[in-house]
Design a protein around this ligand. Structure first.
Ligand code: F6R
Ligand code: ZN
Length: 188
């Protein structure tokens, strides 16, 4: 890895070098949204883009850092805001999220069922300790964009989130986002 420095662009963004680009469309999110009917209806109309992340995976042999940028498109499936799949880090490894643009929420959970939610607004950071599964949600009307930084060689565990989700759902209320319990959730 060589050193680099990046300025914020005029739009307040960073253009990180990326080794991998992953886009998740509605069809990649089957089973993730609480309202299965709304999901099916939207998918029948269009397989829309939900989020993209650009990753630079550290491949050196010292204690480097991996990093990336995630952009979540605004919108809802039923009343549930667009979100990432979410995962646990299967091996030890904490993570930092730094918000660049938009308005988001960070949902956290432990395997024992403890849940926390944090606001993500431009310039703010969130610290995610090992053991806390994490998902981000776009609760605004604009794209929600943040940087993530994590130690390399982490195994990302998507399986338990895929099965049971998070304890909390982030829904569109009459005057903004509201949190509701997830009826499908089980600790595990
Ligand atoms: C890496 C990390 C983020 C996410 C990205 C996409 O450990 O937490 O870079 O990978 O925001 O979300 P997922 O991976 O849940 O699809
Ligand atoms: Zn992570």
């Amino acid at each position: 890895m060589l050193p680099f420095g990046l300025p914020l662009t005029a739009e307040g963004l960073l253009q990180l070098p990326a080794t991998k680009t992953i886009s998740r469309r509605l069809s990649d999110m089957r089973g993730y949204y609480a309202d299965a009917e709304a999901y099916a209806a939207r998918l029948a109309a269009e397989d829309s883009l939900i989020y993209t992340f650009w990753e630079t995976e550290y491949t050196g042999d010292t204690r480097g850092l991996s990093f990336g940028i995630t952009e979540i498109v605004p919108g809802t499936v039923g009343r549930e805001f667009h979100m990432t799949k979410g995962h646990f880090h299967a091996s030890d490894g904490d993570e930092i999220y730094l918000t660049l643009k938009g308005r988001g929420k960070l949902l956290l959970q432990t395997r024992q069922g403890e849940a926390r939610t944090y606001d993500m607004t431009p310039g703010g950071i969130c610290y995610i300790p090992t053991g806390w599964g994490h998902r981000t949600v776009n609760v605004g009307a604009e794209p929600f964009i943040f940087v993530s930084i994590w130690p390399p060689h982490i195994v990302h565990d998507y399986e338990s989130v895929q099965k049971y989700g998070f304890p909390q759902l982030m829904l569109q209320g009459d005057s903004g986002p509201v949190e509701a319990p997830n009826p499908r959730y089980q600790a595990g």
